[in-house]
Design a protein around this ligand. Structure first.
Ligand code: HDE
Length: 712
């Protein structure tokens, strides 16, 4: 059955939801039983020889329960262990038949179910969401032609060019092996040691040190498939394609000091943010974009399309928006879905194919391989969250945890005993045929010289950033390298920065007490034992543009306060009108408004109405909000005597957030902030709610950082 025959999803006809439903269990109103179906009478006491005697081995109920518990854990992912996921739907805007025959990219009436998982890379499963790190952005499309996985990151390039370096990269960035320190952080010697010897890492390192490494929300991140893939159309013609996800809420980040504080206040900040947005019906949305490059243009660029450390500037190849993903349902069970989902860039459908990007080629091996140990055998495709919509028929058999009961004698092909079934599918029937690419080459362990440009794009990225973005990046380098204990490692990185931008190298060097040194020898990557370093000279390609607007987050959309967390800081005696108008206005714009007061319970307005307090000053913190507003009334005097309330305002100001107050609430601002800052950009006073709303839309007022005045 075609998926679109069962739409819309809202009426419960989502084929993936139906499939998962068969495996979903709800114990409401049921009696408890053992795994063998035996009803349990006593789940409180083990079987003992006398009520003070030893437990008996005979107690199969105790044994079953404890044994299952003992084996509840599975190995966490070797990378991307910490993640959060949600179900959703992908809708296509325009048929892409000219480029690809993939059905879900051709029929605009098809609604494709998806499951998206976002993750950090370095930390373990229980680590903080607040790490400076790359974020994973993996989407499984349950298409009618099988599962298609777009296993992406929130940065458009990767650290290394060849899969053989991946274990080295991961060993370097993971906690150090002797003491398992630090958790969820790249700010340590082994990572920067590796970076300092591998110039190809520099482009991704620049992105990591930029604000992209500390997103405000998973819902406000871009996603990038990184590698060039191939689109194949009905005629067998190929185009190169790069995939992009663009969040409708815009791309926004936190500030580093804030991240470090949130890590203590709410270490699940991103997980909670995604969960709550979906629970509230504020469904996160992303446009899917593609950069399509005709096959004949493969060598037209001053970089190699197969090099995963290079992006294709949108000025050279525009991103064409072709569809939209909406995440509209949280998982029912974290382990069954988010933990057991198995992504793989090799899960493709007819119409999409690979290129020879050496990083992608290695990934094609790794993902199935890792699931074998993580999910305990070769049948992980049968786990409900991983099952494709089409039923699976092939001659693979047995193995750990096999669910499917295959009938018949023939589990081989060709056969006559099974009537030749299952049959191979012709291309016309949707059978996958690999793209035929002519390869005429020697078998050789070498990297193409077209991959030796390691600095032109880091420079392009740096030049594309605004002043405050550059400042954040400089500070991030100084912070991370400041945590590195081995001074020569710091020095090597600072030297390397000279190749990106002299000013950048000097600023970072200055913060570390180091003078960048230009080496007589050009920087080289780690080189094979027998090779001559002279053959590894990196070069800096001339790019046709000096800066690329989409690389700066300052150019993102800033037209909504939807889902922005706004604290209304108040206490008993608040003016009724001031309080209710601000609350109502912000809620109508879909902001997430929380009443913060000195104590839990209720806030009593001057007129005697009572409103439930969301959090007290003891549990709340400005860092988990995007903005704060103080309505007037007797409440303001109370807040002025509370240091936590003063700190709340000062800290929000320090992190460059919108701070608002009416003509009475402003008194609190005056004791929290320097006088000449009340009002100032983003500090909105008087009866200017519209102006406050405009300020929240702006996200942050980074100009405040130029003269830091609040020591909050
Ligand atoms: Fe992955 N990567 N990766 N990776 N990757 C994994 O697979 C690997 C790379 C990405 O939410 C692992 O199931 C190699 C690039 C995401 O479950 C593993 C190489 C990009 C996720 C693996 C790369 C990614 C993974 C660990 C270099 C962006 C999380 C657990 C050759 C385009 C998926 C697992 C999820 C996970 C291998 C590089 C994205 C070990 C060998 C480049 C989003 O198989």
């Amino acid at each position: 059955m075609k998926i679109n025959e069962r739409e819309p999803f809202e009426n419960g006809a989502n084929p993936k939801k139906e499939q998962l439903g068969k495996f979903t269990s709800d114990s409401q109103g049921e009696l408890m039983n053992t795994n063998q179906g035996l009803k349990i009478n006593d789940d409180q006491n083990s079987l003992k020889a006398g009520d003070r005697g030893p437990s008996l081995l005979e107690d199969f109920i105790l044994r079953e329960k404890i044994t299952h518990f003992d084996h509840e854990r599975i190995p966490e992912r070797i990378v991307h262990a910490r993640g959060s996921a949600a179900h959703g739907v992908f809708e296509l805007f325009e048929p892409l038949g000219q480029y690809t025959k993939a059905k879900f990219l051709n029929d605009t009436t098809i609604r494709t179910p998806v499951f998206a998982r976002f993750s950090t890379v370095q930390g373990s499963r229980g680590s903080t969401d607040m790490a400076r790190d790359v974020r994973g952005f993996a989407v499984k499309f349950y298409t009618e032609e099988g599962n298609y996985d777009l296993v992406a990151n929130n940065m458009p390039i990767f650290f290394i060019q060849d899969a053989i370096k991946f274990p080295d990269l991961v060993h370097a960035v993971k906690p150090e092996p002797d003491n398992e320190i630090p958790q969820a952080a790249s700010a340590h010697d082994t990572f920067w040691d590796f970076v300092s010897l591998m110039p190809e890492t520099m482009h991704n390192v620049m992105w990591l040190m930029s604000d992209r490494g500390i997103p405000r929300s998973y819902r406000m991140m871009e996603g990038f498939g990184i590698h060039s893939f191939r689109f194949i159309n009905d005629q067998g013609e190929a185009h190169f394609v790069r995939f992009h996800w663009k969040p409708l809420l815009g791309v926004h980040s936190l500030v580093w000091d804030e991240c470090q504080r949130i890590a203590g206040k709410d270490t699940d900040f991103h997980r909670r943010d995604l969960w709550e947005a979906i629970e509230c019906g504020h469904f996160p949305e992303w446009h899917l974009g593609v950069q399509i490059i005709p096959a004949e243009d493969e060598h037209k660029f001053p970089f190699d399309l197969l090099d995963p450390t290079k992006l294709i500037p949108e000025e050279l190849v525009p991103v064409r928006i072709v569809g939209k993903m909406t995440l509209n349902k949280n998982p029912d069970n974290f382990f069954a879905e988010t933990e057991q989902v198995a992504f793989h860039p090799g899960h493709i459908v007819p119409g999409i194919d690979f290129t020879n990007d050496p990083l992608l080629q290695g990934r094609l091996f790794s993902y199935t391989d890792t699931q074998l140990s993580r999910l305990g055998g070769p049948n992980f495709h049968e786990i409900p969250i991983n099952k494709s919509i089409p039923e699976v028929f092939n001659n693979q058999r047995d193995g750990m945890h096999r669910m499917q009961i295959n009938k018949g004698k023939a589990s081989y092909n060709p056969n006559t005993l099974g009537g030749g079934c299952p049959f191979q599918a012709m291309a016309a029937q949707g059978g996958f045929k690999s793209f035929e690419e002519r390869i005429d080459a020697s078998k050789i362990r070498r990297r193409s010289k077209s991959f030796f440009d390691h600095f032109s794009q880091p420079t392009l990225f740096y030049n594309s950033l605004t002043q405050h973005e550059q400042r954040h990046l400089q500070d991030a380098f100084a912070f991370e390298l400041g945590k590195v204990k081995t001074v020569p490692i710091r020095q090597r990185v600072v030297n390397m920065l000279l190749e990106v931008d002299e000013n950048l190298a000097n600023i970072v060097g200055n913060k570390l007490g180091l003078i960048p040194q230009r080496l007589p020898q050009p920087i080289t990557d780690s080189i094979p034992a027998d090779d001559n370093p002279a053959d590894y000279h990196s070069f800096k390609a001339e790019l046709p543009i000096d800066a690329s607007a989409p690389l700066s987050m300052a150019n993102t959309v800033k037209d909504t306060i939807k889902t922005r967390r706004i604290a209304i800081l108040t206490a008993d005696g608040v003016n009724d009108e001031a309080f209710t108008v601000v609350k109502k206005t912000l809620c109508e714009l879909d902001a997430v408004v929380k009443i913060i007061a000195p104590f839990h319970g209720f806030v009593k307005t001057a007129g005697g109405d009572e409103y439930p307090v969301c959090e007290s000053l003891l549990t709340a913190a400005s860092v988990v909000f995007d903005a704060v507003y103080v309505p007037g009334g007797g409440s303001v005097q109370t807040l002025m005597t509370r240091p936590e309330a003063v700190h709340f305002i000062a800290e929000a100001f320090k992190h460059c957030k919108a701070v608002g107050a009416d003509s009475e609430g402003v008194e609190l601002l005056k004791i929290a902030l320097p006088h000449d800052m009340v009002p100032s950009p983003g500090v909105v006073t008087g009866n200017n709610l519209d102006e406050f709303i405009e300020a929240v839309k702006q996200h942050r007022f980074f100009e405040r950082e130029e003269n830091p005045v609040v020591p909050a």
